[in-house]
Design a protein around this ligand. Structure first.
Ligand SMILES: [Zn+2]
Length: 283
C-alpha cells in the first residue's frame, strides 16, 4: 500500500473503517486517476464507497468502475438539477438499472439506493413543480423496489419533509445527503425517521455554526459521513481540487471532536449505520 498517502491523509494510527456514502468518482479529475484515488481511500481507512450517478450515462460509467473495484456500490437517479431536461425514456432507463435489468448479477447486488433526488430551490435549473414531479417518481420507485433514498435538498428541506411525510413506507429509509440545515430542520427530518449525512461543509468553521449545531444533536445511530467528491473538500485540505473519498477521514475526525466522541467509536457507528441503511453485505 502506498505509505505517502497514509502519511499525508491519515496522519498517524488509524484503525477505524469508514464508508464514503456519497461520491461522484466518474467526474473529470477523479476517473482519470482512479487507481491513485482508490489507493488513497484505502490508506485512509475508507473501505467502501457509494457512487452516486446522476443520469443514465453516469450510471453506465459507474457500473464500469464497479466491475473493477469491489468496494464500490451504486446509488442512482436523476439529479434535481437535471429534472428540467429528463425524458420519460431517461427515467425508464434509470428504473431498469435500479431493477438490475441488463446488469451482471454480482454488480446488480451492489445497486443499493435511489438518488440523489429531491428539490433544489437555490439554483434555478428546473421549475419547482417539475422537480417535485420527478422527486415523487423517485420516491414511488424506491417504495416499489424496496430501496433506500438519498436526498438532495438545498433551501428546500422543509418542503422535502412535507412530501416525505406522505410516504410512511419510506420512514427510516431516507438519508439527507450533505445535510446543511439548522437544528429545527434536523429535528423535523429526524422525527420522520431520516438519517443525516454530513460533508466537509460542516468543517467550514465560520459559515457552518448552524450545521455544527445540527451535527451535535444528530443521534449516533442516525449519522453518516460523505465527501460529495469532487466537491466540498473539508478543512484542513479545503483548497484541494478535486476532493476525493480519502478526505472523508477529515470530516469524520472533525465530527467526532465536535460531538465529544472517541474517533473509533464514531467511525464504527457511521459505518454500521451505512451498512444497515443501504443493506451492504459485509465482506
Ligand atoms: Zn452528489
Amino acid at each position: 500500500m502506498p505509505s505517502p498517502a497514509r502519511n499525508s491523509v491519515a496522519g498517524g494510527h488509524n484503525s477505524a473503517m469508514l464508508i464514503d456514502t456519497h461520491c461522484h468518482l466518474t467526474s473529470a479529475g477523479l476517473i482519470e486517476r482512479i487507481d491513485e484515488v482508490m489507493a488513497n481511500a484505502e490508506a485512509a481507512g475508507v473501505t467502501r464507497l457509494l457512487l452516486v450517478a446522476v443520469n443514465v450515462a453516469d450510471a453506465c460509467a459507474a457500473l464500469e468502475l464497479m466491475a473493477v473495484w469491489p468496494q464500490l456500490s451504486l446509488i442512482t437517479g436523476i439529479h434535481p438539477h437535471e429534472a428540467g431536461k429528463v425524458s420519460e425514456q431517461d427515467f425508464a432507463e434509470i428504473l431498469a438499472i435500479l431493477r438490475g435489468e441488463g446488469v451482471e448479477s454480482p454488480l446488480a447486488e451492489r445497486i443499493v439506493g435511489v438518488g440523489e433526488t429531491g428539490l433544489d430551490f437555490y439554483y434555478d435549473f428546473a421549475p419547482p413543480e417539475r422537480q417535485e414531479q420527478v422527486f415523487r417518481a423517485h420516491l414511488d420507485a424506491a417504495r416499489e423496489l424496496n430501496l433506500p433514498v438519498t436526498i438532495h435538498a438545498r433551501e428546500s428541506e422543509l418542503r422535502v419533509c412535507e412530501i416525505l411525510a406522505e410516504y410512511p413506507a419510506l420512514a427510516g429509509r431516507v438519508v439527507f445527503h450533505c445535510f446543511s440545515g439548522p437544528p429545527p430542520v434536523a429535528e423535523r427530518a429526524l422525527n420522520l425517521g431520516c438519517y443525516l449525512s454530513y460533508t466537509g461543509v460542516v468543517t467550514f468553521s465560520k459559515k457552518a455554526e448552524h450545521i455544527q449545531a445540527s451535527a451535535r444533536m444528530t443521534p449516533l445511530d442516525r449519522i453518516m459521513v460523505e465527501t460529495d467528491a469532487p466537491y466540498l473538500s473539508p478543512e484542513p485540505v479545503r483548497k484541494m481540487r478535486p476532493n476525493e473519498p480519502a478526505n472523508v477521514l477529515h470530516t469524520a475526525r472533525f465530527l467526532a471532536d465536535l460531538r465529544g466522541e472517541d474517533f473509533d467509536t464514531f467511525a464504527a457507528a457511521t459505518t454500521a449505520n451505512a451498512e444497515r441503511f443501504f443493506s451492504l453485505t459485509k465482506d
